[in-house]
Design a binder for this molecule. Sequence first.
Ligand code: KG4
Ligand code: ZN
Length: 375
Amino acid sequence: MSVRILGIESSCDETAAAVVADGREILSSVVASQIAVHRKYGGVVPELASREHLKQIVPVVREAIEQAGIGLRQVDAIGVTQGPGLVGALLVGITYGKTLAAAMGKPLVAVNHLEGHVHAVFLEAHKAGRSPQLPAVCLIVSGGHTVLYEVKQQNETPGDGSWLFHYRKIGQTRDDAAGEAYDKVAKLLGLGYPGGPILDKLAAATDGLPAPVKFGPTKTRGNPLDFSFSGLKTAVLYHVREHAEYAPEIRQREEALARGERNFAQLLPLCGPRTLGLVREFQNAVVRDLVERTMTAAGELQAGSVLVSGGVAANSQLRATFEDRGKKAGCDIYFPSRALSTDNAAMIAAAAYPRLRAGILADITLNADPSLALA
Ligand code: KG4
Ligand code: ZN
């Protein structure tokens, strides 16, 4: 009999629930995105996020159970995100998870959201019948995080195909997360929210266009594996301010956004070659920085594989560049699918599985930890 875990995720702006069997087979995965709610503010508004989670949590869990083709009673355990994240948002999922677990007499497992992102990579690898070699270097790169870990297997891993990992933080951003830089640059260019997906597509449409400005590698003092993206964002801002020719286009795009015209086909004709070249150069700089530091870490630690997860891992240029560098370095690169890269609850259920097997359980006293660390 397989072990079915109901995963619940509400750390930021996605209300998600999923059922995963034996930590690797996704029976269902439902994600209710709040993008439409936060869009007009150009970022996540914590208070609105909590309220939206409250509205969504019950239908989302119900749909995950239905799609899995089981009843709530057939769930063997509940895994819920404890942190890091927005406290009010986390509390919605935690309270619901605790209540369900108590009412049904099922075990409750607390999951670190970042560990969920690591397990998203393993979920995807298992689907393809692959198993990432450890030790690995893992880059988690999203709207809230840009952090590098060394991932090893823990000695007390149950040995039944589930993995308990040991993490060591080896680098992190000193300021903005990479996804945050995408969102801020998109906002200042009048390209809407969230910024990553649209900038990704626009950058891909710039083949051969010259860059109107060059952004060199970012230097960080101290730990060479630390990241920094706020300087790059400010460089884009100053460049745009100094060149008046961007302004009319930005205004036109803002007007288009206000009319609800925000997809790639609608925005591309409103982007001149200068803007496209700038977007490409911004993305080149972000991708170069993420890939260089991660591959440096992999080389130094003689990692068997590189794992890349989080919303920005959906980026096509980042994927292609990592694949290319991995081939040259003889190092396997693992990404989750795009759906598993951004926040979801399948990764939370998957991360809960080895903890359940190892008897690492939470109880009714479980509380949200907005700055929960992984290492
Ligand atoms: O992991 P995620 O869903 O939520 C957080 O934990 O932050 O990541 C969302 C972030 C946003 O900043 C979004 O702009 C970025 O991931 N993102 C992308 C792409 N898709 C989403 N960034 C670059 N390229 C993409 N294709
Ligand atoms: Zn996340």
